[in-house]
Design a protein around this ligand. Structure first.
Ligand code: ZN
Length: 215
């Protein structure tokens, strides 16, 4: 029986397009995590996961897929809610004592940092985040979550409590064969500068946000 299971898991791993390459301890302001590095086997993309606690397939696991946002995560931009969302997710995993945050390098919903700055310039002239992307010749959202789902599977999780307001991410993980048992809202209070961006996410991209005014 054990041999069969091992065969099954090695066969499943063989079809993966990401590979775990490195793992180390990472003490953070929010508590200690394991940091795990993955590489795509069919592109130059790298993925990082912060992991806490024992991850088991039968136990629902608190999970976030966070898309890199240089301006929000590093420069504390007020144009979006990415930085506070990442910090809140780390706090929630720390409080729970168990969970995974997958950090994917798909900056600016997949268009890259320089194109994102071009989009910001169009926004300075009055375009919203979607109009700006479309005027630059991109889709509304160029991100793709298939390999993030593989990272989650390789870390041993199957039942997901997803910290997200984005219905596309819920759908993508379900399509990839993960059991999304719960959506855990991750709402950051809108600031004056991010209110328009969050309103666009809610009204044009179907994000599950309440947006009860500006704080
Ligand atoms: Zn952002």
């Amino acid at each position: 029986m054990k041999d069969t299971l091992q065969f099954e898991s090695s066969r499943a791993t063989a079809s993966f397009t990401v590979k775990k390459e490195a793992e180390a301890n990472l003490p953070t302001e929010f508590g200690p995590f394991q940091i795990v590095g993955f590489r795509s086997t069919n592109s130059n993309e790298e993925f990082v996961a912060l992991v806490k606690g024992e991850i088991e397939p039968e136990k629902p696991t608190l999970i976030r897929i966070h898309s890199q946002c240089l301006t929000g995560d590093v420069f504390h931009s007020l144009k979006c809610d990415c930085g506070p969302q990442l910090q809140r997710a780390m706090e929630m995993v720390q409080e729970e004592g168990r969970g995974i945050i997958v950090y994917q390098h798909q900056e600016g919903r997949g268009i890259g940092i320089v194109n994102k700055i071009k989009a910001y310039a169009l926004q300075d002239e009055g375009a919203d985040t979607i109009e700006a992307n479309l005027r630059l010749g991109f889709g509304i959202d160029e991100r793709e979550y298939h390999q993030c789902a593989e990272v989650i599977k390789l870390l041993g999780a199957r039942k997901v409590r997803l910290m997200s307001n984005n219905p596309d991410k819920l759908r993508a993980l379900r399509d990839a064969g993960l059991d999304v048992v719960e959506r855990v809202p991750l709402e950051i209070k809108a600031k004056e500068q991010s209110f328009k961006y969050l309103t666009t996410k809610k009204e044009k991209m179907g994000h599950l946000l309440r947006l009860n005014g500006i704080f």
